[in-house]
Design a protein around this ligand. Structure first.
Ligand SMILES: Nc1ncnc2c1ncn2[C@@H]1O[C@H](COP(=O)(O)OP(=O)(O)OP(=O)(O)O)[C@@H](O)[C@H]1O
Ligand SMILES: Cc1ncc(COP(=O)(O)O)c(N)n1
Length: 270
């Protein structure tokens, strides 16, 4: 039988299609992995910000997890927005018994500045969910919250990555420098070595969903069995291409282009 790489996202939605579950599934599809989703919250949002949020009940999130895990193979999974502690407990309970690579995008605040999870959830994420991860992918504000340190330089980013793995027991930490000036530089610490991923900074305001797309690409690559460093290296190229030809649509921060990394031949043959 042929191996079908299967990836799951556990996250909130974005009806405008740029972030959350929708960005994750588009990324899984582009990277040729079978995509599945468990929805935590239905979010009314678009490129300008968040208009409203409707949380699903914990019982219903548990039921969705059961529907997936009782029937489907899951080779890698990611979590995005999980709004409160009760939801996180339900997800953590399930993850404890699952044998799949786990990518955590510690979503706290949208690009627009709207908060997506509450204070208890932030604490639970740091203490209980982090030790379950294969890799966590915080941006700079999330890194500052998780470490309790100010992050201003690339040295601070590397130290933070080591702290998150050595002291807070994440499997690996990828600190994203999208919020710094200059080159778009990220650092991965895997418990042994620091790896650097650097790309030119693209002058655009259209970065809605970049964090979701990046972590989904890492998840897709892990579901195919790529080693961690290679999974991140290819995901960085994917997200950079998606930002380079992002769409100038909507009146706020426009979405990235998930099919940008296809070759010219692939695009021509469609
Ligand atoms: N203008 C840009 N040009 C090139 N790469 C970028 C740019 N902005 C962000 N990146 C890269 O995109 C990835 C996502 O990083 P970022 O720090 O923006 O995450 P995030 O804040 O979680 O994303 P989001 O904007 O979805 O909240 C990283 O690899 C980062 O280096
Ligand atoms: C459901 C959901 N999850 C995550 C984000 C973060 O994405 P971004 O910071 O790019 O808006 C979001 N806006 N919505």
């Amino acid at each position: 039988m042929t191996y079908v790489p299967c990836a799951l996202t556990i996250a909130g939605t974005d009806p405008s299609g740029g972030a959350g579950i929708q960005a994750d599934l588009k990324t899984f599809q582009e990277l040729k992995t079978y995509g599945m989703s468990v929805i935590t919250s239905v979010v009314a949002q678009n490129t300008t910000g968040v208009q409203d949020i409707n949380h699903l009940s914990v019982a219903f999130i548990e039921q969705q997890l059961e529907s997936v895990f009782s029937d489907m193979p899951v080779h890698a999974l990611k979590t995005g927005m999980i709004a409160n502690e009760a939801m996180m407990r339900a997800v953590a309970a399930r993850l404890a018994s699952v044998d799949a690579a786990y990518v955590m995008d510690p979503v706290m605040v949208a690009t627009s500045g709207d908060s997506l999870i509450d204070e208890e959830a932030r604490q639970f994420l740091k203490k209980e969910l982090l030790p379950l991860t294969t890799i966590v992918t915080p941006n700079l504000p999330e890194t500052e919250f998780i470490t309790g340190r100010k992050i201003e330089t690339t040295e601070d980013m590397k130290d933070a990555a080591a702290f998150i793995v050595d002291e807070l027991h994440a499997g690996a930490a990828l600190i994203k420098g999208g919020h710094l000036q200059g080159e778009a530089v990220d650092f991965l610490y895997d418990g042994h070595q620091i790896h650097m991923y650097s790309e030119e900074r693209i002058p655009t305001k259209n970065t809605h969903g970049t964090g979701c797309t990046y972590s989904a690409a890492i998840t897709a690559n892990l579901s195919k069995g790529l080693p961690l460093h290679e999974a991140v290296r290819q995901a960085k190229r994917f997200v950079t291409a998606a930002i380079r030809s992002s769409f100038d649509i909507g009146s706020g921060n426009g979405p990235t282009n998930h099919w940008a990394s296809r070759t010219k031949e692939e695009q021509r043959s469609e």
